[in-house]
Design a binder for this molecule. Structure first.
Ligand code: NAD
Length: 501
């Protein structure tokens, strides 16, 4: 069966019949077309935003635990369709099978989290300085959430945002990556099924509560520019965030930016090298280096450099590159030819900056843009090392002094994820301390990649500063009101101010 035929079967199974149109879809596995589908127009985008705004005005009045019931149903749909959706993701963006399934599992996990959260949208009660007064915080829905997502997590990022946004009482308009439209159509169809079951059970979910805009960046710009979109949650490159952030700020909207990373592992003299090898291999080569949290900079202590590097090289040369749907393959294709060109350019730049490249050759004959993962020994943190190249390139650098490597670690403009491999408690704690990693994610004895949904996810500096998913990330999707209640019979003013009339 051709991949296109398989995709059409999966889409039918998931209840999606894409309308024909001008937007090409393809699989990076073989490069073959998966058909051309209809795009939304600017007028349709505007209509979706208006309709979402009307829906929000209703939905905010639905009790949060009942809103959670809708998300519970979405979780059920995802559970029932995990295999089909996971497979579609694997085919459309080239992930190995377990990673496609893992992406859907992450969606299920966030639904479970959001259902619990729907009964825990807590505010503080605060001691008042005035007698017979009480202060408290209440959290309210904020409006329409515009979600812009990247190709590499084509559906999970939407679910992180949507599950939280819905229980928080908001409506959602989603502009997925134009490189992953079919997965988006399928994921959204599952939410539509959940909405129908919710309505069939006698609950009210307003029309327009969630919509999907298929097409290019102009549709993302419609979300960015609309004053009706209270929060723009945008995941993608730092270039995109640089455009989106200031525009949303100029209209005093809120943005939640999840942008590029340049993630690290520091391997210290006391590290367990067997465990480190596995941690580094997955974090650097998994998803063909196309995760925002992919390990890109590896600092090896001088004392273990010569023992560890050959082991890593051997892991790099033995890992199987190829069709990600085949058993045993760990590295699938890059998303497109442009990504391969970017990888080759970064390797040339690394050589020009004094680097020694191992691996990294293109693999031809498979139809897609495939490459062996590259290990690059660098004399210093220069040239391409300070940029994110969205490909499986790991820059390896030597260090001698722990304080010095902490400085180097934080020198780059990105601040997403980081890790240290050590059995030295002092080093581990220092890495996690105020003088340690400046990233949003800092790990000990696991690589920087592969976060769980329970924690807040996001990073600092050019990564954008946003936090999504677990912990108290839900607060980004709500507005906070501080309330002061006087249950006495006098009116004392704060700070002892008197105003007697
Ligand atoms: P991209 O920036 O090319 O596109 C991301 C999305 O933004 C797409 O939907 C695109 O249509 C839209 N877009 C682009 N320019 C826009 C604009 N000016 N206004 C509005 N929308 C616009 O990114 P990509 O190639 O799809 O994804 C790879 C990048 O995403 C990498 O840099 C990766 O690190 C980053 N990423 C970050 C995270 C994170 O959580 N920090 C997660 C996944 C991916």
């Amino acid at each position: 069966m051709s991949l296109n035929t398989e995709v059409q079967t999966l889409l039918a199974q998931l209840g999606v019949t894409p309308e024909a149109g001008p937007l090409p879809t393809r699989t990076p596995i073989s490069g073959e077309s998966l058909g051309s589908i209809a795009e939304h127009t600017a007028a349709e985008a505007e209509a979706a935003i208006q309709s979402a705004h009307r829906a929000f005005r209703d939905w905010r009045n639905v009790p949060a635990p009942l809103r959670g019931e809708l998300v519970r149903l979405l979780g059920e749909e995802l559970r029932a369709n995990k295999a089909a959706l996971g497979r579609l993701v694997s085919i459309e963006v080239g992930k190995v099978v377990s990673e496609g399934l893992g992406e859907v599992q992450e969606m299920i996990d966030i639904c479970d989290f959001a259902v619990g959260l729907s009964r825990q949208l807590y505010g503080y009660t605060i001691a008042s300085e005035r007698p017979s007064h009480r202060m408290m915080e209440t959290w309210h829905p904020i409006g329409v959430i515009g979600v812009i997502s990247a190709f590499n997590f084509p559906v999970a990022v939407w679910s992180w945002n949507t599950a939280l946004a819905l229980v928080c009482g908001n409506a959602v308009v989603w502009k997925p990556s134009e490189k992953a439209s079919l997965s988006a159509l399928a994921a959204h169809a599952l939410l539509e099924r959940a909405l129908k079951r919710f309505a069939d059970a006698g609950h009210h979910a307003p029309d327009g509560l969630s919509s999907l805009l298929i097409g290019g960046r102009a549709l993302g710009e419609a979300l960015v520019d609309s004053p009706k979109v209270a929060l723009v949650s945008a995941t993608g490159s730092t270039r995109m965030g640089r455009e989106v952030g200031p525009k949303v700020a100029a209209r005093f909207g809120r943005s939640l930016l999840e942008l590029g990373g340049n993630n690290t592992a520091i391997v210290t003299p006391s590290a367990d090298l067997d465990l480190t090898l596995r941690g580094v291999a997955f974090a650097a080569m998994g998803t063909a280096g196309q995760r925002c949290t992919t390990l890109r900079r590896l600092f090896l202590h001088d004392s273990i450099y010569d023992a560890f590097l050959p082991r890593l090289k051997s892991a790099y040369s033995s890992v199987k590159v190829g069709n990600p749907l085949e058993t045993g393959v760990l590295i699938g294709p890059l998303i497109d030819d442009g990504a391969l060109v970017g990888m080759e350019k970064a390797l040339d730049d690394a050589r020009a900056a004094g680097g020694t490249v191992h691996g990294g050759a293109a693999v031809t004959g498979l139809g897609g843009a495939y490459a062996h993962p590259a290990l690059v020994e660098m004399p210093a943190q220069v040239g391409p090392v300070v940029h994110e190249t969205f490909a499986p390139i790991l820059y390896v650098m030597r260090y001698k002094d722990f304080d010095d490597v902490l400085e180097k670690h934080n020198e780059v403009p990105q601040g997403l994820s980081s890790s240290i491999f050590t059995n030295d408690l002092r080093e581990a704690e220092a890495f996690l301390s105020a003088r340690g990693s400046d990233c949003g994610i800092a790990n000990v004895n696991i690589g920087p990649s592969g976060a769980e949904i329970g924690g807040a996810f996001g990073g600092e500096k050019e990564t954008g500063g946003g936090r999504e998913s677990g912990s108290d990330a839900w607060k980004a999707y709500m507005r906070r009101a501080t309330n002061t209640i006087n249950y006495g019979t006098t009116l004392p003013l704060a700070q002892g101010v008197s105003f007697d009339i």
